[in-house]
Design a protein around this ligand. Structure first.
Ligand SMILES: Cc1cc2nc3c(=O)[nH]c(=O)nc-3n(C[C@H](O)[C@H](O)[C@H](O)COP(=O)(O)OP(=O)(O)OC[C@H]3O[C@@H](n4cnc5c(N)ncnc54)[C@H](O)[C@@H]3O)c2cc1C
Ligand SMILES: NC(=O)c1ccc[n+]([C@@H]2O[C@H](COP(=O)([O-])OP(=O)(O)OC[C@H]3O[C@@H](n4cnc5c(N)ncnc54)[C@H](O)[C@@H]3O)[C@@H](O)[C@H]2O)c1
Length: 470
C-alpha cells in the first residue's frame, strides 16, 4: 500500500469537488482528488448537461411545428431520436475536457481514480493508496432514489443515469415523479414525438409557487403531456412489453418507464463511522459546512441542502476560506436561485409568496407584472407567464418568474437579494427596449404606483409647485 500525505483531500470529482480542488491547488495547497466514477460527476454525465442538450433537440422539433402565427408553414418534424441522443453525447464530450483528469493534473492536482473509504478520522484509503490529509472535503454527490414500489425491481426501468443512453425512441414514456427531472424529460420527449404520461404522487413542481407552476403545467398539457397529480405509483407490472403503473387514480400503460422521484446521498462507500462523521439522509453539516468531524467538510448534494450544480460550486468556494486561510465562512441559502428548463421556464430565488407571507405577514408586498404586457414578448408570441417579487420594507426577499427566459431573468433578482439591495435599485435601472428584462423593471415600478400615483400628498405638492413654482 502506497502512503501519501496531502493538505486537502477531495472525495468526488463532480461540480463541488472540482471547485474545491481547482481553487485550493491554484492558491498553493497540495491537493489530492479521488473519483471512483466519471470525472465531472452527475451534472456533466447524467444531469444538467445531457438534459439541457436533449431539451435543445426538443425545442428544435417543436419550433418546426409552431411557425403558423409568424407566417411560416408548420411542418411535422421528422425526429431521429438516436441522432438527438448523439447530440447529447457530443455535448458531453465537448464540455468534458474542462472537468478532465488531464486538466486537473495540469493544474497540479494529484488525481486518483478510485472510490475513497475512511479508515480513521483523517485517513482515507483509495485502491492501493492510503492518504493522510490535513483537511478532507466530501463531495460525493447523490444518485437517483428508486423507491420500493411493488414490482418495480422486476421491470426494466430508467433513471437519469441511463435514460440518456437509450437510443430507441420510447413509444410511450411513463415518468414517475413530477419534479424538475420528470418535467424537463417529459417535455423533451413529447416534443421529440413520444407519448408521455407523468405520474405524480402529490403536486407537480411541488417545490415551486403553485401559481407559477400552473403556467408551465398548462403549456405542458397543451403540448400533449398527460400529467396526473395526486397519483402515487403503487405497483408496476409488465406484460408483453407493455408496462403498467397502478396508482390510486387508475392504471397507466406505456412502453418505457423513467423513475425521477428524488435523490439519495452517496454515503455508503465512505465508511463514515470510522471518521466519526454523522449522517442520516445526507451528511450532517452546519452552515459552515463542517461535519461532526472538524477536519472534514461536506459540499454539494451530499450535504443534503439545495441540490444544484451552482450550489455545489458555491459550497466549494465557501469551504476554501476556512481550509486555506483559517477564516470563518458560512453558506447561505436565502439567495440561491433555481430554474427548471421547461418551456416556459420556471425560476425562483429567495422566498416564494407563501413562505414570505408566513414569515412576514402583513409587511409583505407582492409586486407582479405579466409577460403579455411586455412588447418583446408580444413580438415573439411568448406572452404566457408573469413575474412576482416579494418585498418587505422596500427590500426584495424573493422573486418568482414563470415565462420565456425566466432562468436568465432571475439572475438580476439573485444579485439584488444576495446584496440586500432595495427595490429602488431595480426601478432606477434603465432597461434596454425591447427586452424581456423590462418585466423586472416594470415589476419594481409597481412598488411606487400607489406611493406616487395614488397619493393625495404627492398630488397636493405637484399642484402647489405648478401654481407657485417659478
Ligand atoms: C437529470 C438531472 C438534471 C439536472 N439539471 C440541473 C440543472 O440544470 N442545473 C443545476 O444546477 N443542477 C442540475 N442538476 C443537479 C446537479 O447535477 C447536482 O446538484 C450536482 O451534480 C451536484 O454536484 P456534486 O459535486 O455534489 O455531486 P456529483 O456531481 O454527483 O459528483 C459526485 C462525484 O463523486 C463520486 N463519488 C461518489 N462516492 C465516491 C467515493 N466514495 N470516492 C470517490 N468518488 C466518489 C461520484 O462518482 C461522482 O462523480 C440535475 C440533476 C439531474 C439528475
Ligand atoms: N433544472 C434543474 O436545476 C434541475 C433539473 C433536474 C434535477 N435537479 C435537481 O435534482 C433534484 C431531484 O429531482 P427530482 O425531480 O428527481 O426530485 P424531486 O424530489 O424534486 O421530485 C420528485 C417528485 O416525485 C414525486 N414522487 C415521489 N414518490 C412518488 C411515487 N411513488 N409516485 C409518484 N410520484 C412520486 C414527489 O412527490 C416529487 O414531486 C431536484 O430537486 C434538483 O435539486 C435540478
Amino acid at each position: 500500500m502506497q502512503e501519501i500525505k496531502t493538505d486537502v483531500l477531495v472525495i468526488g470529482a463532480g461540480s463541488g469537488g472540482l471547485s474545491v480542488a481547482a481553487g485550493a491547488v491554484q492558491m498553493g495547497a497540495d491537493v489530492t482528488l479521488l473519483e471512483g466514477g466519471e470525472m465531472g460527476g452527475d451534472c456533466l454525465n447524467y444531469g444538467c448537461v445531457p438534459s439541457k442538450a436533449l431539451i435543445a433537440a426538443g425545442k428544435h422539433a417543436h419550433a418546426m411545428g409552431a411557425g403558423a402565427p409568424f407566417g411560416v408553414t408548420p411542418v411535422a418534424a421528422e425526429v431521429d431520436y438516436a441522432a438527438a441522443k448523439r447530440h447529447v453525447q457530443a455535448t458531453i464530450a465537448t464540455i468534458a475536457p474542462v472537468d478532465s483528469q488531464e486538466r486537473f493534473e495540469g493544474l497540479g492536482v494529484r488525481v486518483i481514480r478510485e472510490f475513497g473509504r475512511f479508515v480513521d478520522a483523517d485517513t482515507v484509503e483509495a485502491g492501493d493508496t492510503r492518504i493522510k490529509a490535513r483537511r478532507i472535503v466530501l463531495a460525493t454527490g447523490s444518485r437517483p432514489f428508486v423507491p420500493p414500489i411493488k414490482g418495480l425491481d422486476g421491470v426494466r426501468h430508467y433513471t437519469n443515469e441511463d435514460i440518456f443512453e437509450l437510443m430507441e425512441k420510447p413509444d410511450h414514456l411513463l415518468v414517475i415523479g413530477g419534479g424538475p427531472i420528470g418535467m424537463e424529460m417529459a417535455q423533451a420527449h413529447v416534443r421529440l414525438g413520444c407519448k408521455v404520461t407523468v405520474i405524480e404522487g402529490e403536486r407537480a413542481f411541488g417545490k415551486d409557487d403553485p401559481e407559477m407552476a400552473a403556467v408551465v403545467l398548462e403549456r405542458l398539457r397543451a403540448e400533449g403531456v398527460e400529467i396526473v397529480e395526486g397519483a402515487q405509483a403503487e405497483r408496476v407490472t409488465e406484460t408483453g412489453g407493455r408496462i403498467t403503473v397502478e396508482t390510486g387514480k387508475g392504471a397507466f400503460t406505456g412502453s418505457h418507464i423513467l423513475v425521477a422521484v428524488g435523490r439519495k446521498a452517496n454515503v455508503e462507500k465512505l465508511n463514515l463511522e470510522a471518521a466519526g462523521i454523522e449522517y442520516d439522509r445526507a451528511v450532517k453539516v452546519g452552515d459552515d459546512l463542517r461535519t461532526t468531524n472538524r477536519r472534514v467538510y461536506a459540499v454539494g448534494d451530499v450535504a443534503g441542502r439545495l441540490q444544484f450544480t451552482h450550489v455545489a460550486g458555491y459550497h466549494g468556494a465557501t469551504v476554501i476560506r476556512p481550509i486555506l486561510f483559517g477564516l470563518p465562512a458560512k453558506a447561505r441559502q436565502d439567495h440561491i436561485p433555481w430554474v427548471t428548463y421547461t418551456a416556459p421556464e420556471l425560476a425562483q430565488v429567495g422566498l416564494t409568496e407563501a413562505e414570505a407571507r408566513d414569515r412576514h405577514g402583513d409587511k409583505l408586498e407582492v409586486l407582479r407584472f405579466p409577460y403579455h404586457e411586455n412588447d418583446r414578448a408580444i413580438a415573439e408570441r411568448k406572452t404566457e407567464g408573469l413575474i412576482k417579487v416579494m418585498v418587505v420594507k422596500g427590500k426584495p426577499v424573493g422573486a418568482s418568474i414563470a415565462g420565456a427566459q425566466a432562468g436568465e431573468l432571475i439572475g438580476l433578482w439573485a444579485l439584488v437579494i444576495a446584496n440586500g439591495l432595495k427595490i429602488g435599485a431595480v426601478a432606477n435601472m434603465v432597461a434596454p427596449y425591447p427586452t424581456l428584462g423590462e418585466i423586472s423593471k416594470r415589476a419594481a415600478g409597481q412598488y411606487y404606483v400607489p406611493r406616487l400615483f395614488d397619493s393625495p400628498l404627492v398630488k397636493r405638492v405637484v399642484g402647489l409647485v405648478q401654481r407657485w413654482g417659478p
